[in-house]
Design a protein around this ligand. Structure first.
Ligand SMILES: Nc1ncnc2c1ncn2[C@@H]1O[C@H](COP(=O)(O)OP(=O)(O)O)[C@@H](O)[C@H]1O
Ligand SMILES: [Mg+2]
Length: 1002
């Protein structure tokens, strides 16, 4: 048969089965074989990776290979699991699409290895840094821990996962891992107490006995001898190429990295030791009076050591192996256990201890790697593979059911939904037949076997595995994928290969015969309450935490959900989870049954290719389209590739895509228009689009950079130009003047400062410039002030206080300074003026000032008095001898002496009188004698002077202010006026009046 060589050079066979011509089962297998023989273990079916287990290490996972596949298009290099990992990771990082990697295949086909390769690739290409590296390490190191406790050697695989694992790796928006969460599915716990021939118990038991130090073994009360432990199968306790002691150290190291504390590790190993030792407890029957056998522990040494290790009260545990307490509502009934029941109880306890410890480990790891905020998720599913043993029990049934479900999701997404979508989208399509295993899933779940099993377990009355089988015979007998000897139509009565206690299911991957024995028990998964209570009472925090139902305060008489229904529920959750993510498939194939390298068994591979539906997969892929996307999303992603659609396309998205594809000259046979999506046939077209987009994005980035840089430098230029103008103007203004030489140099400093300034911080630069300007102003200020004062000096007005002249201000900004200067100058020249006065003049001016304060704007005759100097001594008493008598009459110093006109109040006649005002009293003389007592009414030419002096004298003598009433007109109330001296302005108007003694009316 001729196998067409790929487009890529040096390709062995065909790298992508889609290109295989002609396509047949034979060519398909041959192509796989040819590639396998040349160590090419990966082959594509479109984006699905088919992986064949090489059973030998190949040099294709080195760091150099990681670099080679990093950021490369899927089809650019020869098929590799790294290409798929890269594609998934980039799609997660760049397109924000949650991913899941679905790894399927039989037990031993290489699923676990594949999952580890995916994880290590992602860890290698994602971000770096101390924190990120720690997260990566924790995620990666969770594998050896879980493998030690959850994997075992089986006939199919030396490192067979005996639990299902789904791990979500969580990333931040940059694509750096933040942590993760692991879900585990049903551990095959029956292995703890019994292993099929040629198989081993879980690795950890052998690792601990081989690798622990003597000291540690002593502490755990263990001996370095597998043969001492009943739970360890001896015929295959050593596995070729596996060093349990080395692995033990790896596991301990991994536990440390994941975050287990020393005391936690110690507790875990104590539980492991307790489980091992439980297997060594043996029972013997002891007859009781009622004739029934009661089981007794043969040798209590082992029990004692278990209790010492775990802090359990020995008598409590011993009793729990001999009695069983049944509780129903308020009643408690205790029954003895016979030897078989005691063994059953012992094994149940060992299985429960171990499987609960395993779940606790997963929870504990999750605690270490958990994330609070998650952005993007990549799920990696590595679940136990489809398996067929000689004796298949409940566990295989569950495992195979899980694989049916996985096959179902593969069919749903790649075969069924894709074909249905073509029809829905009006794409021309010829239906491709495939086997849909939904019918088998239905046989197991819903109304099928699991439901029957649950019904049987919950039913009152005697329930055995046989009654369960009977029920199956009734309900499923006619199902085409179910076979049993007793089926209704007796189709299989003659089939002696089918024992009575068995049923057979025709799975998608082959027929499997299940032994019905143990189904009910394992589904019930019951642990006697006495045992769980004994465990809860342990003085061992881990064991106590593993058996919360043993707490008497929390007794729950309700049955816990059965193992089958729990598994069904968790598988359903898993399927839902997977459906929300973008799937990436790795289909693992086992080349031979011997775990041997270089052997390619055509029949075995052919069988797997058939049931995996790989040929149908190729057919759908060939006839179908590699890529489909809603028009809106497609346009959004590639619109930059065409002028009409970039940056905005105004119109229907489909029309935009049409324009885009025409413009890019993509051959019309490469794509089809659906109702709502564009379908691209060849992935290479898609990669071409992606490449163009990448190139265009770089161009656009360059454009943006260019414009930004232009803007940045232009802003800088403008700023510098402006600064230069400011500086230059200042420079020109002052540089020419010699006395401003300093400014010149400072301006040069400023200029060079700004030139040197990194103008990309233009805002700060502007600020600096303003500050510099201010500083400069301060500098100029001194110069200004000097100039200003010098100019002012030459323009000063006269020193006369009444000179109103003042030079105009030279600069607006000196306005307030100029006003202040004017005020200061005025005050100064007033002072200068005052300083010229003699004491006499000062006195006169004081009196004048007093007069002004008293009379200004109050008395009409006041202004006339302003020009008259106050003489006081108008009579020259001391000089003129004619006044000698007057002088003698008044001894004190006289401040006023003058002639006044006294007005007679009776008749209004005017008599000339001499008026003397000494410091303390007041005299009025008529002729040479006193002019009489009482009030006077008189007039004088020096009225203001007299009143002022009188006021000042009174104030200085009596410290009291003389009350002066001032008015220009008076009504005369002569009759009531009594003895008072009244200087009076006018007599003739007849209106002046006389106030009381301390008051002057004027
Ligand atoms: N890519 C590989 N390169 C080398 N050996 C492999 C590879 N994949 C699987 N193996 C070998 O096959 C064994 C079984 O693979 P494993 O992944 O445990 O199978 P599964 O998980 O499918 O049961 C591994 O222990 C390893 O020895
Ligand atoms: Mg595995």
């Amino acid at each position: 048969m001729e196998v067409k060589t790929s487009l890529l050079d040096n390709m062995i066979g065909v790298g992508d089965m889609v290109l295989l011509e002609p396509l047949s089962e034979e060519s398909f297998i041959n192509n796989l074989k040819k590639r396998f023989d040349h160590s090419e273990i990966y082959t594509y079916i479109g984006s699905v990776v088919v992986s064949i287990n090489p059973y030998r290490s190949l040099p294709i996972y080195s760091p150099e290979k990681v670099e080679e596949y990093r950021n490369r298009n899927f089809y650019e290099l020869s098929p590799h699991i790294f290409a798929l990992s890269d594609e998934a990771y980039r799609s997660l990082r760049d397109q924000d699409k949650d991913q899941c990697i679905l790894i399927t295949g039989e037990s031993g086909a290489g699923k676990t290895e594949a999952s580890k390769l995916v994880m290590s690739y992602v860890a290698a290409v994602c971000g770096k840094g101390a924190e990120v590296n720690q997260v990566k390490e924790q995620l990666l190191q969770s594998n050896p821990v879980l493998e030690a406790f959850g994997n075992a050697k089986t006939v199919r695989n030396d490192n067979s996962s005996r639990f299902g694992k789904y791990m979500d790796i969580e990333f931040d928006f940059k694509g750096d891992p933040l942590g993760g969460v692991i879900s585990n599915y049903l551990l095959e716990k029956s292995r703890v107490v019994k292993q099929p021939r040629g198989e081993r118990n879980f690795h950890i038991f052998y690792q601990i006995l081989s690798g622990a130090t003597e000291d540690m073994l002593n502490k755990l009360k263990l001996q370095r001898d597998f043969s001492r432990y009943n739970y360890l199968s001896l015929d295959s306790s050593r596995v070729n190429g596996v060093d349990d002691a080395v692995n033990f150290r790896t596991v301990r190291n991994a536990m440390q990295i994941v975050g287990f504390m020393d005391h936690e590790t110690q507790s875990i190993f104590e539980v492991i030791a307790a489980v091992l030792k439980l297997g060594n407890i043996e029972f013997k029957p002891e007859s009781r009076v009622n004739g029934l056998d009661e089981s007794k522990i043969k040798d209590k040494n082992e029990l004692k050591e278990i209790c010492e290790l775990t802090g359990i009260d020995q008598s409590v545990l011993e009793r729990a192996f001999s009695f069983r307490t049944l509780e129903a509502k308020q009643e408690k009934v205790s029954t003895t256990l016979n030897v078989a029941q005691a063994y059953y109880a012992r094994d149940a306890l060992a299985k429960n201890l171990y499987s609960r410890l395993f779940s606790w480990l997963v929870t504990r790891i999750n605690e270490s790697i958990k994330v609070i905020f998650l952005y993007k998720v990549m799920g990696v599913l590595d679940i136990y593979g489809f398996e067929i043993f000689e004796d298949n029990s409940f566990e295989q049934f569950i495992i195979n059911y899980c694989n049916e479900k996985l096959q179902q999701i593969f069919i749903e997404l790649t075969l069924k939904e894709e074909q249905e979508e073509y029809i829905r989208e009006d794409i021309e399509w010829t239906h491709i037949e495939y086997f849909n295993n939904a019918i088998i899933c239905d046989l197991i779940e819903n109304t099928g076997i699991l439901a029957m099993l649950d019904e049987e377990c919950l039913r009152p009355g005697t329930v055995t595995d046989d009654t369960f089988l009977e029920k199956l015979n009734q309900v499923c007998a006619t199902h085409q994928h179910f076979e049993s000897r007793m089926s209704k139509c007796s189709r299989f009565l003659n089939d002696t290969s089918l024992p009575h206690s068995c049923f057979r299911i025709q799975h998608y991957a082959g027929k499997v015969m299940y032994q019905v024995e143990g189904f009910v028990d394992k589904n019930n998964d019951l642990l006697y309450r006495d045992l769980s209570q004994a465990m809860w009472k342990a003085n061992h925090s881990l064991i106590k935490a593993l058996f919360p139902e043993g707490n008497p305060a929390k007794i729950n008489l309700k049955r816990p959900p059965t193992a089958g229904s729990q598994f069904k529920a968790s598988v359903a959750t898993l399927m839902k989870n997977l459906q929300t993510k973008n799937p990436n498939y790795i289909r693992c194939i086992k080349p031979n049954d011997k775990k041997a390298a270089h052997i390619f068994s055509d029949a075995l591979v052919c069988h797997q290719v058939r049931y995996l539906g790989l040929l149908e997969n190729v057919r759908v892929r060939r006839a179908g389209y590699a890529f489909r996307q809603p028009y809106e999303l497609c346009l959004e992603r590639y619109k930059m590739l065409c002028k009409q659609t970039w940056p905005h396309w105004r119109g229907p998205a489909r029309a935009g895509v049409e324009v885009l594809f025409n413009e890019l000259e993509i051959p019309v046979e490469e794509y089809s228009y659906g109702r709502s999506k564009i379908f691209i046939r060849n992935p290479r077209t898609l990669f071409k689009l992606e490449d163009l987009r990448k190139q265009r994005l770089e161009d656009l980035a360059t454009l943006i950079q260019k414009i930004y840089r232009g803007w940045k430098y232009r802003t800088r230029f403008l700023l510098m130009k402006k600064s230069q103008i400011v500086i230059a103007s200042w420079y020109r203004r002052y540089a020419q003047q010699k006395k401003y030489q300093k400014i010149k140099s400072s301006s040069i400093v400023v200029q060079s400062y700004i030139r040197g300034w990194k103008v990309n911080r233009s805002v700060s630069c502007m600020r600096i410039l303003i500050i510099l300007q201010l500083n400069k102003n301060i500098y100029y200020w001194r110069e200004f002030m000097q100039k200003y004062f010098l100019e002012m000096k030459s323009k000063m007005p006269s020193l006369s206080p009444i000179d109103k002249n003042w030079p105009a201000r030279p600069y607006l900004f000196l306005d307030s300074t100029h006003k202040e200067l004017k005020r200061i100058f005025h005050l100064w020249r007033c002072k200068k003026y005052r300083d010229q006065f003699t004491d006499q003049q000062k006195l006169i001016y004081e009196e004048k000032l007093e007069a002004s304060e008293l009379f200004k704007d109050k008395k009409a005759l006041y202004p006339a008095s302003v020009g008259q100097p106050f003489h006081g001594a108008y009579l020259e008493i001391s000089k003129n001898p004619k006044y000698k008598k007057l002088k003698d009459a008044v001894e004190e110093k006289i401040i006023i002496a003058e002639v006044v006109n006294k007005i007679n109040r009776a008749n209004g006649k005017v008599i000339k009188c001499h008026c003397l005002i000494p410091k303390v009293s007041f005299f009025l003389f008529q002729g040479s004698g006193a002019a009489g007592k009482g009030d006077f009414l008189f007039s004088s030419d020096h009225l203001i002077e007299m009143a002022t002096k009188l006021y000042r004298t009174t104030l200085s003598q009596t410290k009291q202010k003389l009350n002066i009433e001032i008015s220009d007109e008076y009504a005369i109330f002569l009759s009531f006026l009594k003895g008072c001296v009244l200087p009076c302005s006018r007599l003739s108007d007849g209106k002046n009046c006389f106030p009381g003694p301390s008051q002057v009316w004027l």
